[in-house]
Design a binder for this molecule. Structure first.
Ligand code: KG4
Ligand code: ZN
Length: 322
C-alpha cells in the first residue's frame, strides 16, 4: 500500500462458519480471528513479496464492531508495532468504507457524497477531504444489508443474503408486489427498513399459506430489492443535490449490487453528475481500505500509543481530525 497501489489484499471469509446460524456468532468470530490472524498477515506479506522489515506503519480497525474480534486485531497490531518500532493507527471501519473508492485508479475529487451501505450501516456522508466527513442521514433501524440478510433468511436462502437475493431477483418481476418505501418526509435523508422487512415477512407468510400460488419467490426477491433500491438511489441523489456536489459514490457490501449501481449511474447521468464505485472485493469488508485510511493518517503524523482501546460504538464524529 503506498496510498493508491494495493500490493496484496487477503480476506479470510468466515461465511462458512456463521452460515449454519443465519448470522454472525460473536464468540465464533473472535475465536476464528485469533486462529487466523497470523496466517492472514503472513499471506499478505508473501503475496506483496515483502517482509515485515519493509513495513512503515500498521493500520488496524478499532470500531465500530464486535469487541472480541476487534481486540484480537488491536493487540496483534500493538505487538507488531512495538516489536518492529513502527507507528500504528486505529481506524474507524466506516472511514475505511468511505475512503475505499481511493483504492481505484480514477477516484473522485473532493467534495463528494458517499452512501455507505452494508450489513451494519446505511449512512450518507458529505466528504470534503481525508478525515472530513459530515453525516447527512442514516438508518433509524435496520441497515439495508441486514434487510437483505433477513429477507433471505425468511425465504430460506441462507446467509449472507445480498448476493442470493440479487441473483434470484434477476428472474423475477419487480413490479409484481408493491412493498412499502419509507421516505420519512420530503426532506429527510434518513432511512428505515424495518417496515419493509415486516411487510415482506407478512407477504411471505400469506404466500406460503396459499400454497405459493400468487407469484414466485423470484418476484418477492425482485420486488423487495426494487423497494430498497428506490429509496437508496433517491436519497443519495437528494443528498448530492442538497450539498451541491458533482460526484456520488456508493460503498460497502450492498454497493456490490448491480441493480443498485445501474440505478444510481442512470440517475447521476441524468443530473449531470459523476458516479463512482469500487470493484466488489473492495465493497465488502477488506483490509486494503483500512490500510488506505491508515496510510493517510500515519503519513499526516497520527501516532496511536499502546493505551488505545477498541470501541463497539464509534460514531464518525469521534474520529481524530487530521
Ligand atoms: O461491508 P460488508 O462486507 O460488511 C459489513 O460491514 O456489514 O457488507 C455485508 C453486507 C451483507 O449484509 C450482504 O448481504 C450485503 O452486504 N451484500 C449485498 C450484496 N453483496 C453483499 N447486498 C445486496 N446485493 C449484493 N450483491
Ligand atoms: Zn463493512
Amino acid at each position: 500500500m503506498d496510498g493508491s497501489r494495493v500490493l496484496s489484499s487477503i480476506v479470510h471469509s468466515q461465511v462458512p462458519i456463521h452460515h449454519p446460524y443465519g448470522g454472525v456468532v460473536p464468540e465464533l468470530a473472535s475465536r476464528e480471528h485469533l486462529g487466523k490472524i497470523n496466517t492472514v498477515v503472513g499471506q499478505a506479506l508473501n503475496k506483496a513479496d515483502i517482509t515485515r522489515k519493509d513495513l512503515d506503519g500498521i493500520a488496524v480497525t478499532i470500531g465500530p464492531g464486535l469487541i472480541g474480534s476487534l481486540l484480537v486485531g488491536l493487540y496483534f497490531a500493538k505487538a507488531f508495532s512495538y516489536v518492529l518500532k513502527i507507528p500504528y493507527a486505529g481506524i474507524n471501519h466506516l472511514e475505511g468504507h468511505i475512503l475505499s473508492i481511493f483504492l481505484e485508479e480514477r477516484p473522485p475529487s473532493f467534495p463528494f457524497v458517499v452512501l455507505t451501505v452494508s450489513g451494519g450501516h446505511t449512512t450518507l456522508y458529505h466528504v470534503e477531504g481525508i478525515g472530513r466527513y459530515t453525516p447527512l442521514g442514516q438508518t433509524l433501524d435496520d441497515a439495508a444489508g441486514e434487510a437483505f440478510d433477513k429477507v433471505a433468511k425468511l425465504l430460506g436462502l441462507g446467509y449472507p443474503g445480498g448476493v442470493v437475493i440479487e441473483n434470484l431477483a434477476r428472474s423475477g418481476d419487480e413490479s409484481r408486489i408493491r412493498f412499502p418505501r419509507a421516505y420519512l418526509g420530503p426532506d429527510s435523508l434518513n432511512f428505515s427498513f424495518s417496515g419493509l422487512k415486516t411487510a415482506v415477512a407478512l407477504h411471505v407468510r400469506k404466500w406460503q399459506e396459499s400454497g405459493q400460488k400468487e407469484g414466485s419467490m423470484a418476484d418477492i426477491a425482485a420486488s423487495f430489492q426494487e423497494a430498497v433500491i428506490d429509496v437508496l438511489a433517491e436519497k443519495v441523489m437528494a443528498a448530492a443535490e442538497k450539498t451541491k456536489v458533482g460526484s456520488v459514490v456508493v460503498a460497502g457490501g450492498v454497493a456490490c449490487n448491480q441493480a443498485l449501481r445501474d440505478r444510481v449511474r442512470n440517475l447521476a447521468s441524468q443530473s449531470g453528475m459523476s458516479f463512482y464505485y469500487t470493484r466488489p472485493a473492495f465493497c465488502t469488508d477488506n483490509g486494503a481500505m483500512i490500510a488506505l485510511a491508515g496510510y493517510h493518517r500515519i503519513s499526516r503524523g497520527e501516532r496511536a500509543d499502546l493505551s488505545l482501546d477498541v470501541k463497539s460504538r464509534y460514531p464518525i464524529e469521534d474520529i481524530p481530525t487530521l
